[in-house]
Design a binder for this molecule. Structure first.
Ligand code: FES
Ligand code: FES
Length: 159
C-alpha cells in the first residue's frame, strides 16, 4: 500500500507518496530529478548511486524509499547549490575521471571521509573509496587528487 514519506533533501523538506517496493534511487531520480545519483550495478557493489544519509554514505540502489522517511539526504546537487565545489574542482584539475559516471559517488565518499577525518592516511583513503568503482581510470589520478585534498583539509581549507 502506498504511503507518504518525508525527508530533507539538500536542505529542502520533501513529502511524497511511495510504494513499499520503491527503491530510493528511483524515487530520487524519477520523482525528484536528482540525476547526479547514478544507476550502476543495482546491487550495492559499485557506488554509482551513493548518497549521504544522516551523515553517512549509503547505496541508494539497495535502500527502499520508505527507509529514508524522516532522514536527511545530501547529494551533489546540494553541494553545487551551496557552492561547495572544491572537491569537484580538484578532481577535475587532476583529470581524475573520464566518462564521469562514477564521479558523484567518489565526491560524496570523499566528502564523508574528510568531514570525519581531516587528516586521513593513505590506508584510510583507500578504505573510504573501496566501495566506489571506476571502469575507465586506473585510480591513480583519483588518489593524486585525494592527496592534494588532504593537504588542504589539514589546513582547514577544503570543506
Ligand atoms: S548502483 Fe548502487 S551500488 Fe551500484
Ligand atoms: S570515469 Fe568512467 S566510470 Fe569512472
Amino acid at each position: 500500500m502506498e504511503r507518504d514519506i518525508q525527508f530533507v533533501l539538500n536542505g529542502l523538506s520533501r513529502t511524497l507518496r511511495v510504494k513499499p517496493s520503491d527503491k530510493l534511487i528511483d524515487v530520487l531520480r524519477d520523482k525528484l530529478a536528482v540525476n547526479s545519483v547514478k544507476y550502476g550495478c543495482g546491487k550495492g557493489e559499485c557506488g554509482a548511486c551513493t548518497i549521504i544519509l544522516n551523515g553517512k554514505t549509503v547505496r541508494s540502489c539497495i535502500m527502499y524509499a520508505v527507509e529514508a522517511d524522516g532522514c536527511e539526504i545530501e547529494t551533489l546537487e546540494g553541494f553545487q547549490r551551496l557552492g561547495k565545489t572544491a572537491i569537484q574542482e580538484i578532481f577535475a584539475r587532476h583529470n581524475s575521471f573520464q566518462c564521469g559516471y562514477c564521479a558523484p559517488g567518489f565526491i560524496l565518499s570523499t566528502e564523508e571521509l574528510l568531514r570525519n577525518n581531516p587528516d586521513p592516511t593513505e590506508e584510510d583513503i583507500k578504505k573510504a573509496l573501496a566501495g566506489n568503482l571506476c571502469r575507465c581510470t586506473g585510480y591513480k589520478n583519483i588518489l593524486e587528487a585525494l592527496r592534494e585534498m588532504v593537504e588542504l583539509s589539514k589546513a582547514g581549507n577544503i570543506l
